[in-house]
Design a protein. Structure first.
Length: 359
């Protein structure tokens, strides 16, 4: 899904983000658009799942489905698969409005309950990866722009090209082999050491929950398990952010106000941080928002390689088992992730650049 259109730049009669009327009107419109997008996404997901070859009853019952037609009929009746497709979709929408995502055919639990368990694990992984990506990618991209066409720029351009070119699953396999199997420096899978109980549930993020509970041994274990898969996820995003940061900073370095700031005798550090990097953050945040959404929704291979019990693993198992309610639930969650991220990015535009208005 493409990022939402950023805010328009200054114009007469347009509201500032800080004005309550303009902000409330903007949020109201975005909520309505988000609701329509969710309905459209559920419709597309429903149609695509119906077009997939195979029968959910056969996929879930296995050999039993071949010799027991009564079991197949009971399964289809239980999950409403014997009803006409329009009725199935309208029933799903009615339940969705009430917060009911249906019952998973593989876990026999509510899909919402399953997602509340798996989504925080992926959020924890993606948050660590995007923070590392922003710190490293923006810093190295700025260095590359400031040292344009010199050896640091040439080296960093090769590094960024390697980051965006290497397949994530290959990086994950190499990292798993070296850091876990060969050197034994980091754990190879899971969220905690074997036999260690999870911290009391507060947010579902083990690092945060362990710190809140004061369980520092669990905190240390959670961080160690988090490092390897999150760094693997960050490789591509670091390379992408380096390239976008370099391009944005180079564009702003050529502006007259930057040359004027240098002519006034301001230190180069002040010029870069205040007059160059801040306006460049508008483009960088747009890319970071899309990248964070991709990390949340596209970590299937990394989660499977590192046995990370997150949204990617749940989506993979749901697709293999043709678990239609779970597939629909994952689609709705991913859609909401992108919608919320796009809204946050739009709001951040006004915080970073006061010239920008929300329209």
């Amino acid at each position: 899904m493409s990022s939402a259109s950023p805010a328009a730049v200054t114009g007469a009669g347009r509201s500032r983000p800080g004005r309550p009327g303009g902000l409330l009107w903007f949020l109201a419109r975005r909520v309505v658009i988000a609701a329509l997008l969710c309905v459209g996404i559920t419709l597309v997901a429903f149609i695509l799942t119906q077009l997939v070859p195979g029968d959910p009853a056969t996929a879930n019952l296995g050999q039993r489905a071949i010799g027991d037609p009564a079991a197949v009929a009971a399964f289809r009746a239980k999950y409403g698969l014997d009803r006409p497709l329009p009725v199935q979709y309208l029933t799903y929408l009615g339940n969705l409005v009430q917060g009911n995502l249906g019952q998973s055919q593989q876990s026999h639990r509510a899909v919402a309950e399953d997602l509340s368990e798996y989504v925080p694990a992926t959020i924890e992984l993606a948050l660590f990866a995007i923070v590392v990506s922003l710190l490293v990618g923006v810093a190295l991209g700025t260095v590359a722009a400031v040292t344009r066409d010199r050896w640091p720029d040439q080296v960093l351009r090769v590094v960024s090209l390697g980051g965006v070119s290497m397949p994530t699953f290959w990086v994950a396999l190499v990292a798993f082999y070296l850091f876990f199997f060969k050197w034994g420096l980091l754990p190879g899978g899971g969220r905690l050491d074997p036999g260690m109980a999870a911290p009391p549930h507060v947010t579902g993020l083990y690092v945060v929950d362990a710190a809140v509970a004061g369980q520092w041994d669990v905190f240390s274990s959670a961080v160690r398990h988090l490092v390897l898969p999150s760094l693997v996820l960050a490789v591509y995003t670091v390379g992408m952010l380096m390239r976008f940061t370099r391009a944005s900073v180079l564009e702003i370095l050529g502006n007259d106000y930057v040359r004027a700031a240098r002519a006034k005798g301001l230190p180069e550090r002040v010029v870069i941080l205040r007059h160059v990097l801040r306006p460049a953050l508008v483009a960088i945040i747009t890319v970071a928002g899309v990248a964070f959404g991709s990390l949340l929704s596209g970590a299937v291979l990394v989660e499977n390689i590192f046995s990370w019990p997150g949204l990617g693993q749940y989506a993979y198992r749901s697709a293999v088992n043709l678990d239609l309610p779970a597939i629909m639930g994952v689609s709705v969650v991913v859609a909401l992730i992108y919608i919320v991220l796009n809204l946050l990015v739009d709001l951040l535009y006004g915080v970073i650049d006061p010239r920008i208005r929300l329209t």
